[in-house]
Design a protein around this ligand. Sequence first.
Ligand code: MN3
Length: 200
Amino acid sequence: MAFELPNLPYDYDALAPYMSRETLEYHHDKHHLAYVTNGNKLAEDAGLSGLSLEEVVKKSYGTNQPLFNNAGQHYNHIHFWKWMKKGGGGTSLPGKLDAAVKSDLGGYDKFRADFIAAGTSQFGSGWAWLSVKNGKLEISKTPNGENPLVHGASPILGVDVWEHSYYIDYRNARPKYLEAFVDNLINWDYVLEMYEAATK
Ligand code: MN3
C-alpha cells in the first residue's frame, strides 16, 4: 500500500501560539512529505510496497535502515498530527486512561515529569513515548525514526523532539516545547482511542 501524506486534522493556525503555522508548514508539508516520497521509493525497491505501514516498519527494522528511517517517520508523524489539537492538554484525562496513569505511572504529575524528562534527555533527534507493553503503560524514548512498535510495545502518545519540530517557535528550549505540548496540545481523546485498541 503506497504511503500517502494525510492532511492535517486542523487548520495551520489552530495550534498557535504553542506550535506556529510556519512550523506546521515546514514540518508537515516538507519534512513529512519527504518521508512519504522517499519511503515509497525505498519500499518499492525492497519489494515491500504491498505491505501495511506497520508491517514495513517492523520488517525493515535492522534489515533496511534507509527504508526503516522513512517508514518509521511516516508512521510517527501520521499519529503525531492526531496527538495534538487546539485546546488540548490539561490534567483531566478520560476516565480509563486516568486510572491507568495512576496505577501504572504513579499519577498524572509523575507522568508529566517523566514524559518531559524522556524528551529532554533524548540526545539528538528522536521521540518520547507513552506506550502499552504487556498491558501496562510505560514511558520511553527512541533515537531518530525509531518507535515502540519495534520493541514489542504499542505507542499511544509520542512527541517529536527533532529540532524541526520546535526550533522556529522555541529555538533551543526543548523543555519549554515539551511543557507546552503536554499542557496545551495533547489530544487525550486520540490517546484513549489508541489505548483502547492496544488493550482490547
Ligand atoms: Mn518530525
